[in-house]
Design a protein around this ligand. Structure first.
Ligand SMILES: Cc1cc2nc3c(=O)[nH]c(=O)nc-3n(C[C@H](O)[C@H](O)[C@H](O)COP(=O)(O)O)c2cc1C
Length: 165
């Protein structure tokens, strides 16, 4: 007799929808390839872990072309998007050839790209990685950060939101 070893067809969709009820901010995680090219992607799995030492967490889809670059990078940056940066979130989640085209950015530790106009920017030393199902979980030490008094971009139920005034 055959056994069902995969979840029901709509389990994944229902699970995603339920997870989407957890409102988050949005970040763009950036680093450089070994050739020095800036790369980055939109990430909302970011969160805080520890104050002393200062640690943060995020998870990266395991089979992306950029995954080995992030796994091997010495440093990367978490750029927390402000409410007027939804277009940047879209750009860094898209198939755009060069996501940094025309974008001015600062350079942090190890040359990591720091996007401008963000609420906060965390420069991280790539410390440990754990397998997490179809994702790789990064827990990293924050070596520098800055912050601006700007309202954040919010993501909820698959849509961009702003904080109510
Ligand atoms: C709001 C939002 C949040 C996202 N969060 C994550 C995330 O936490 N981890 C992840 O691996 N991909 C996340 N993605 C998807 C990636 O941004 C997207 O797959 C991107 O194209 C991957 O970059 P790559 O094509 O350079 O590999 C998110 C996308 C959006 C729009």
């Amino acid at each position: 007799m055959s056994q069902q070893i995969t979840p029901p067809a709509d389990f994944t969709r229902q699970f995603r929808n339920a997870l989407g009820m957890f409102a988050t901010g949005i970040t763009v995680v950036t680093t450089r390839t070994p050739e020095g090219e800036p790369i980055g992607l939109t990430v909302n799995s970011f969160n805080s872990v520890s104050l002393e030492p200062p640690l943060i967490v995020w998870s990266l889809t395991a089979d992306l072309p950029s995954t080995p670059v992030f796994e091997n990078a010495e440093y990367y940056a978490i750029n927390v998007l402000a409410e007027d940066q939804a277009a940047l979130s879209q750009r860094f989640a898209s198939r755009a050839e060069d996501r940094f085209a025309g974008l001015e950015f600062d350079e942090g530790t190890g040359g990591v790209p720091l996007l401008r106009g963000c609420c906060a920017r965390f420069e991280c030393r790539n410390t440990v990685r754990y397998p997490g199902g179809d994702h790789v979980v990064f827990i990293s030490e924050v070596v520098a950060f800055d912050r601006e008094e700007l309202a954040p971009l919010i993501y909820h139920a698959g849509a961009y939101r702003r904080l109510a005034p």
